[in-house]
Design a protein around this ligand. Structure first.
Ligand SMILES: [Zn+2]
Ligand SMILES: [Zn+2]
Length: 327
């Protein structure tokens, strides 16, 4: 099978011919129909996350068809369309797993990071971490729901009942979260790279009441802000923008260092917190919610062999919505 492989951090992905894997007893063999390109893939490729499996097939927003299954799999049938997310396995016995917080598992495995992912014609995945997908979405449209959507949704939940919600970094996750937030009656304030008028226009087209540069002050104090851009300097900026008691949620897996900040920015019971991974419950909730909003995903489709170009455009901020690879 054809796959795009990472052989060492900091290198471009290599087109590779790999043997098609055999599913284990609990696994599905999946023919990949589409795989989203997430900022986390960029962090893995660039070596900003420690100890990836090498060589590695990246990609953790996988939409595919079950073509074969292990003997213990009962949930899915051959021919079913399934989604494979970032959370690939958890231990089930650590204190986090046993308290409903499997996203924080001590011994997890992650798709496209410590397990091979979906930048490939086929992949295997543990059936109990796969999702059924809403029929309303095409394969490419469904792919970004699986991480941008899920992690975005978890970030939104952790932002509490904020009515005025800031979103820093208006990429794949933000364009989904903005639609959910608006459907819940919240007002969305979108912050983009300074001068990125195209992204600001995109945010307004999705219902943002205000869009501007991350160096600008919004017209009203915010109740909460979610930071999707991997830029630590946005933490003090977001703290400045939120009202007393406001919550700043860091929604990415990696961020540049957060600069020193005066305590008065945190004072007034403001909260800074991160979001780590997802639980299967987040996935079930969000995938049921998305078609009801309805969330519409804007995707730019690339052939699998052009994965490096898709990653480059993500790095340069040249994408509108989400990039999706199609084998
Ligand atoms: Zn665990
Ligand atoms: Zn992701």
């Amino acid at each position: 099978m054809f796959a795009m492989c990472l052989t060492a951090a900091g290198k471009v992905l290599q087109p590779t011919d790999l043997p098609t894997p055999e599913p284990g007893p609990e696994q599905l063999l999946i023919r990949v129909l589409a795989c989203g390109v997430c900022r986390t893939d960029l962090h893995v490729v660039d070596g900003e996350l420690p100890n990836p499996k090498l060589p590695l097939v990246p990609g953790h927003e996988i939409v595919g068809t079950v073509v074969k299954k292990g003997e213990k799999v009962e949930r899915f049938a051959i021919g079913d369309r399934v989604g494979v997310p970032w959370l690939g396995h958890t231990c089930g016995v650590c204190p986090y797993c046993r308290s409903g917080r499997e996203n924080l598992c001590d011994r997890p495995a992650f798709t496209g990071y410590t397990l091979d992912g979906g930048y490939s014609e086929h992949t295997v995945a543990d059936h109990s971490y796969c999702f059924a997908l809403p029929a309303e979405y095409s394969d490419a449209e469904a792919a970004p729901l699986l991480c941008a959507g899920l992690i975005g949704y978890r970030s939104l939940v952790l932002a509490g009942d904020a009515r005025r919600l800031g979103i820093y970094g208006f990429g794949a996750a933000a364009h989904i979260v903005a639609q959910v937030a608006r459907s819940q009656g919240r007002a969305v304030y979108a912050f983009t790279r300074p001068g990125d008028h195209e992204a600001q226009e995109f945010a307004r087209s999705l219902g943002a009441v205000w869009a501007g540069g991350s160096d600008e002050t919004p017209p009203e104090e915010l109740d909460a802000a979610i930071i999707f851009a991997p830029v630590g300097a946005l933490v003090p900026a977001a703290l400045r923008a939120v009202a007393k008691g406001g919550i700043v949620v860091c929604g990415g897996i990696h961020m540049s260092d957060i600069p020193a900040l005066p305590y008065r920015l945190l004072w007034g019971e403001r909260v800074v917190r991160s979001v780590a991974n997802l639980t299967r419950r987040d996935g079930e909730e969000f995938l049921a919610l998305a078609p009801r909003v309805p969330v519409r995903t804007e995707v730019q489709v690339f052939p699998l062999a052009e994965a490096n170009e898709a990653l480059r455009r993500l790095r340069e901020g040249e994408l509108r919505g989400a990039a999706v690879l199609v084998p």
